[in-house]
Design a protein around this ligand. Structure first.
Ligand code: JAH
Length: 235
């Protein structure tokens, strides 16, 4: 998969060279390109924003600069990318959206700052045949200072679903089991050695070797935790 990210703070994406994502790039499964939006300005002050029409607080990012930046990525590829726009006004990001995006050939993330990007940019690319789809996505009901951190969150969720990216495919299988079954549960508690720590014991059933009992125990714990922390998911 190819991923292009455009931002006025490209250094945010240095973290994508670490861990899972770094390995996926080294192995060639993932090709990540970072672009500095200011490279597409045309004035000597490298202006990326201007006052909002109609007045109001803050600044809006300029459509012309964004248009040149996105076009430059499109001119460098023969693919039809999906354009991902992190915004608090988008549809909420879910595991299902992560799965959909993980099967795409090419994603472009455009990262706004200030009060956001001139709305004509998204409208323009919605009807541009060079783009497969435009997805405006929020990662939750809070406002960030810009889209960069939301892009990193989405990229981590997406890339671990790409075959070969996660070293151990079993943990992805576990996710899809939790997703695919009729009852959607959050995971219960987990334990590792030592058996006793500061007077706290590991639940006996997990040491029993009785896999039937263990599965039963984990299901009940997952249900308890789901009722307590995620009543919205509880049956
Ligand atoms: C803020 C551009 N829900 C996550 C999210 C995503 C993007 C932004 N805020 C929150 C944002 C300012 C400018 C995007």
């Amino acid at each position: 998969m190819q991923i292009d990210l455009i931002s006025i703070f490209p250094d945010y994406f240095k973290s994508l060279n670490l861990s899972l994502l770094g390995k996926a790039q080294e192995s060639g499964i993932l090709k990540i390109n970072i672009h500095d939006l200011r490279d597409f300005t045309q004035d000597k002050h490298k202006t990326v924003d201007d006052a909002p029409y109609g007045g109001g607080p803050g600044m809006v990012m300029k459509a012309d600069v964004w248009g040149l930046a996105i076009d430059s990525v499109l001119e460098s590829t023969k693919t039809k990318p999906v354009l991902v726009v992190p915004t608090p006004s988008g549809k909420v990001f879910t595991q299902k959206i992560a799965q959909e995006l993980s099967s795409q050939e090419h994603l472009i993330f455009i990262n706004g700052r200030y009060e956001g990007i001139d709305s004509r940019v998204v409208n323009y690319y919605k009807t541009d045949n060079r783009i497969k789809d435009v997805r405006e996505i929020s990662i939750g009901d809070y406002v960030l200072a810009g889209g960069e951190v939301a892009s990193i969150v989405m990229l981590e969720a997406i890339s671990r679903l790409i075959p070969g990216v996660l070293g151990n495919d079993d943990s992805v299988k576990d996710d899809s089991f939790a997703q695919g079954s009729m009852e959607k549960l959050i995971e219960g508690p987990v334990f590792t050695r030592p058996e006793e720590w500061r007077g706290l014991d590991v639940p006996e059933v997990l040491l029993s070797g009785d896999h039937e009992k263990i599965a039963q125990y984990r299901l009940e714990e997952a249900r308890k935790r789901t009722r307590l922390n995620r009543p919205d998911l509880a049956p």
